[in-house]
Design a protein around this ligand. Structure first.
Ligand code: NAI
Length: 246
């Protein structure tokens, strides 16, 4: 029970890696806050956690909307009096080649993947500094390290959240708050739904482990980083890509 009693907010936690993360955190004893867009999906995720005996609560939150983020943070503090972990996991894609990408596609991805991470982190940072401890984990991607065809906007945001993590590790580390970035490779979730099967096959063939990751394999890394076992890990960029960059 590495996260016993820790209060953890996970954004985008109704699906995919975020859902696997709250399940893993709950199994390690954490009190989980599920933050996602769709109230019905949030309810379903929370119901599952409660059924498994966890303490959990959900909020329909759009990470781009600072007011709804602040309300979630306030209500979390009302309920449990502290926030130990924030996983900035909510993310979207809107792919197009540079020559075809619209300003709307560019802005939409920047807004969720970059401004959303800024909003949530700024909203919890005061509390964590006041506690003298806390952990912020940013969902980056191998794409943020190496770029990717058709993902100008997405790659920029994923590189951006690495820069956030390194900057906040310097600013908040002295106050007891650790900040790290995780770079998954290709993970079997809905975010890959728009990628043609043939392209997916090509992508998988470049991975030495020969397959996509399961969401749980990323959640395990978040659980380690959120726990006191990672007490000296700060400003780190952890690649979880099945060896695809070797
Ligand atoms: P997913 O699409 O399965 O889940 C993303 C969740 O974020 C959804 O539940 C969605 O409703 C939520 N979300 C989207 N916009 C939101 C907003 N404005 N406010 C609140 N919630 C919002 O995606 P997946 O694959 O689980 O991705 C999770 C994170 O991991 C993302 O940041 C993604 O970029 C990153 N990632 C995923 C990889 C993959 O291959 N699946 C690889 C590398 C990184």
């Amino acid at each position: 029970m590495r996260l016993n009693g820790k209060v953890a907010i996970v954004t985008g936690a109704a699906n995919g890696i975020g859902l696997a993360t709250v399940r893993k955190f709950a199994s390690e004893g954490a009190i989980c806050v599920v933050a996602d867009l769709d109230p019905a999906q949030v309810d379903a995720a929370v119901t599952g956690l409660l059924r498994d005996g966890a303490q959990a609560r959900g909020f329909a939150v759009d990470v781009t909307d600072r007011e709804s983020v602040d309300l979630m943070v306030m209500k979390t503090l009302d309920a449990w009096g502290r926030i130990d972990v924030l996983v900035n996991n909510a993310g979207i894609t809107a792919d197009a080649r540079l020559l075809k990408m619209t300003a709307e596609q560019f802005d939409r991805v920047i807004d969720v993947n970059l401004r959303g991470v800024f909003n949530c982190s700024q909203a919890v940072a005061d509390t964590m500094v006041g506690q003298g401890r806390g952990v912020i984990l940013n969902a980056s991607s191998v794409v943020g390290l190496y770029g990717n065809f058709g993902q100008t906007n997405y790659a920029a945001t994923k590189a951006g959240v690495i820069a956030f993590a390194k900057t906040w590790a310097r600013e908040l580390g002295p106050k007891g708050v650790r900040v790290n970035a995780v770079c998954p490779g290709f993970v079997a979730t809905h975010i890959l739904d728009t990628i043609p099967a043939k392209v997916l096959e090509q992508m998988t063939s470049r991975v030495p482990l020969g397959r996509l990751a399961r969401p749980e394999e990323i959640a395990n890394v978040y659980a380690f980083l959120a726990s006191d076992e990672a007490s000296y890990v700060n400003g780190a960029v952890i690649e979880v890509g099945g060896g695809m960059s070797v």
